[in-house]
Design a protein around this ligand. Sequence first.
Ligand code: DER
Length: 241
Amino acid sequence: KSQDELKKEVGYKAVDDYVKSGMVVGLGTGSTAYFAVERVGQLLKSGELKDIVCIPTSVRTKEQAESLDIPLVTLDTHSNLDVSIDGADEVDPDLNLVKGGGGALLREKMVEIMSEKFIVIVDESKLTDGLGPGFPVPVEITPFCHEHTMRQVAGLASCEGCKPVLRMGSSSSNVNDGDEIAVTDNGNYIVDLHFDTPIKDARKMAEDVKNVCGVVDHGLFCDMSTVVIIAGSDGVSVKKP
Ligand code: DER
């Protein structure tokens, strides 16, 4: 199966298994979450789902949802969600995640931390024994004195050995394909922390990074996953913490 077929399989399954009529649903960002959004639009159009309102986690997800006539609200009117569905860049054995490859980590975390259930949809390439080396950890920081903040984060004991790279070009990927500093939907910058060895204590690092003044938030989503639906070459599996 192609990558897209695998993503579609888990995206659709997440919606079919966890989204019910009348729910408030968080819509994730990225190429896998794209299929979950597509499925919500399909089921609303067919009438199989009714009375759903959704909260997008990025401008691009908002635009996709609008194109599918999915009714949208925000956290300002709906602070509590029934379920959110989103992809991830890495998943460790405790189902802690690295997210933010697509630059949407702040709005994703704001929405997903308020969700009764958080359904993570990945292909098996995202699974790792230890977060870090497989995907740099994104950190959203304020533009003001960003080099100062980058130094403070890189200097943390819990970030020892990391190489901080300011994200350039499009904020929706860390390929750094431009000569302008990437700017998120929220007007902030992103620093990607590259690790050669696995992060020893992701929870401690999450706390330490968040406490640096100038950091808005980071891509470590610890103890948030309700289930992870994994598309593998031999079929779909579901992991629970
Ligand atoms: O940026 C994000 O957090 C995305 O959800 C990312 O983690 C997964 O994107 P993908 O499904 O395109 O790999």
